[in-house]
Write a protein that binds this ligand. Sequence first.
Ligand code: TYM
Length: 332
Amino acid sequence: MKVLFTGIQPTGDIHLGNYFGAIANWVRLQHEYTSYISVVDLHAVTIPYEPSEMPGRVIDLATTLYACGIDMEKTILFVQSEVPGHADLTWMFNAITPLGELERMTQFKDKRDQFRASVNVGLLDYPVLQAADILIYKGEVVPVGEDQVQHVEFTREVARHFNSRYGPTFPECQALLTKSPRVLGLDGDSKMSKSKGNTIGVLETPEKIWAKVSPAKTDPARVRRTDPGTPEKCTIWSYHLLVTQEPELTEIHNGCTTAGIGCIDCKKRFQANLMKVLDPIRERYGELAGSGRKMVEDRLEANAVKCRAVAGETIREAKGKMGLKKVWKIES
Ligand code: TYM
């Protein structure tokens, strides 16, 4: 089986962007690939955070992923900082990465603007660590949302640089997108993102979700209930595409364009369909977070052992190619 690798940061609750943009694919693809999913805590420390909260966030994220349908038996879900090889390979890749390529990364430019007062080297080096994450397991398929495609392309570049300098070692991976690779935020202006405060969390209660959905912007042309709308200009319609099936989908589209249904009706139907997806996730999370917590912790521990073995092999191979092997005498 081909190797799949992907990662997610423990920086807040999983939202619909993560779920429909990426995680739904991870759940589907875990049956077709040898799957590694990493909780990337080393990436998360590049932005301000509270150290005492990090362990809880890591476990919470892993628990939520299992609740979303990641299979404990099939997928190797692990914590990045538990596998030292990721940082080792990052350094080896640093030595062959042109600075200009990192300065061009969109996510780096965004973060640099956001944290103008203190731009740390980790933010710049972030894609190199991401490349190391993928390539240390010789990942070929990388299921992500659209915002990570540039990083996956960069990973291909890193593999190419390494292979041409030291000989064939790493595969050139491919990004794999869902049919909703960029889920909009509730503000309708930008992608759903933890840092923008425009999210619907997968574990949020129906009441909390309704408090966010009911006042959300819709097509600005629908000022009155009787005004016909254009679904393609409405964030809620983009959400219906995630959770509503035919024939209801066409019914809602027609209802909007003919003013047959109002925005509140449309939102209620979206909420009802969304909860069909989220209710079972919240229930499973409740079970796992209670009596199942020890099981999650043990599984992460066991998976880290597996990962250290695979990663160790790659590090040995890369060191060998780079002349970093333990051969003390110089051959004449
Ligand atoms: P992160 O933690 O920001 O997001 C996890 C996954 O969710 C996707 N995503 C979205 N997809 C669609 N619409 C949205 N609004 C949306 N928001 C988030 C992301 O694209 C991602 O797939 N750098 C990565 C983590 C990482 C990684 C890796 C990924 C570290 N190493 C190696 C792949 C391979 C990140 O910050 O994802």
